[in-house]
Design a protein around this ligand. Structure first.
Ligand code: PLP
Length: 387
């Protein structure tokens, strides 16, 4: 059976795929159908926190699947409850809503921000100020919140009530956050926008002006969260407190799950019937996420930072790299003129290494538990390609 051909015939053509069919893997090592070995520095675009088929995760979801895969949100379930408790206790936040993806988490956070403001101030205060070069998802509202013209095509009309500011410009965002504004939405590291790390002083200034004007600070931790940046959530290193943050990707270690996390102020904004999801918080995905999230402890995150530093040091050795950006193991690198990220990706694949692009940059998102040996091998391959 030619899976690649069948895929092209039957699956909607929304992805530009590489010519590889992955069939199995463990940790950072994956294999195609012919047994060719690849070192993974993509982790399923930041989701496989512990690699392709982590035995502890497999055991947790196998056990849960044997008990109950799904119930519904009309009944209590233990894994979702314990995961919400752990998310709140480790962040000082108050309540969680579970979704199935990052996009849906964006959508729910937008709804919550608008409802918070409407409940308190009535109509006319629904604008959300986002940043240029952001990425928040693929539904109509999350696309509308995404600050890239590339995504504002084809699907008109988009959802109204979004405005965009340039990261780093405090005066601009201060002017845009006016009496019609209910929230500001930012990523601490703009992942899809080119692994751009926001400046700490800027983020603190935004948090301050939000607090002064009772405008909610929403932080999208879909890609940056769950240890990826060497912190539990990237905002935690910025000495600020969001009103709502939300995450997805690495939380489930490859399972589809997202979480919107509310502080005390926003914890009662959603009441019964205001939001929902059939699959959100289902026992299988939350049991898996519990297994992942409980292992992302301080020692583990220190190791993520150490390995991230190693990657940065190796990248900075190459004369073909103009700049390196990112936090922890969320890393972007900009190539010198004449070399493009897609051609580097293709050449890496030929040599058994999987990496990503982000805008014009190369991007590395290895599984967080990649071993030192695998990481050294991966960087050796990348350096040989660049040489
Ligand atoms: N927000 C950010 C910051 C993301 O990086 C992404 C995906 O790349 C999303 C939202 C959308 O998440 P999902 O693809 O799980 O819907």
């Amino acid at each position: 059976m030619d899976i690649k051909q069948l895929n092209k015939q039957y699956i909607a053509n929304t992805y530009g795929r590489y010519d590889i069919q992955l069939v199995r893997g463990v940790g950072a090592i994956g294999y195609d159908e012919k047994g060719t070995r690849y070192i993974d520095c993509t982790s399923g675009v930041g989701t496989n926190s512990f690699g392709f088929a982590d035995p502890t995760l497999v055991a947790a979801i196998t056990e849960q699947a044997g008990k109950m895969i799904h119930s519904s949100n009309y009944f209590y379930n233990e894994p979702a409850t314990l995961l919400a408790k752990m998310l709140c206790e480790r962040t000082g936040m108050s309540k969680v809503f579970f979704s199935n993806s990052g996009t849906e988490a964006t959508e729910g956070a937008i709804k919550a921000a608008r409802k918070y403001s409407h409940d308190k101030y009535g109509k006319g205060r629904s604008k959300i100020v986002c940043l240029h070069d952001s990425f928040h998802g693929r539904t109509m509202a999350s696309l509308s919140a995404t600050g890239q013209d590339l995504f504002h095509q084809h699907f008109f009309p988009f959802v109204e009530g979004f405005d965009f500011a340039t990261a780093g410009d405090v005066a601009e965002i201060s002017a845009k956050v006016d009496e019609s504004t209910c929230a500001v939405l930012i990523e601490i590291v703009q992942g899809e926008g080119g692994v751009f790390v926001l400046d700490k002083e800027y983020v603190q200034a935004v948090a301050k002006l939000c607090a002064e004007r009772d405008v909610l600070l929403l932080i999208d931790e879909v890609q940056t969260g769950n240890g990826r940046c060497g912190t539990l959530f990237a905002y935690m290193d910025y000495e600020i407190k969001p009103d709502i943050f939300y995450t997805a990707k690495g939380l489930g270690g490859g399972l589809p799950i997202g979480a919107i996390v509310f502080n005390e102020k926003t914890s009662t904004t959603f009441g019964a019937g205001h939001h929902g999801s059939t699959f959100g918080g289902n026992p299988l995905c939350t049991a898996g996420a519990l297994s992942i999230f409980s292992r992302i402890d301080d020692a583990f995150m220190a190791d993520v930072r150490r390995k991230g530093d190693y990657i940065r040091a190796r990248l900075s050795e190459s004369s073909k790299i103009k700049s390196v950006s990112g936090l922890g193991m969320m890393i972007g690198f900009e190539l010198v003129d004449g070399l493009t990220a897609p051609e580097v990706v293709q050449e890496c694949l030929k040599r058994g290494l999987m990496i990503l692009t982000a805008k014009h940059k190369g991007r590395l998102l290895p599984p967080l538990n990649i071993t030192d040996e695998e990481l050294t091998e991966a960087m050796d391959i990348l350096m040989s390609v660049l040489a």
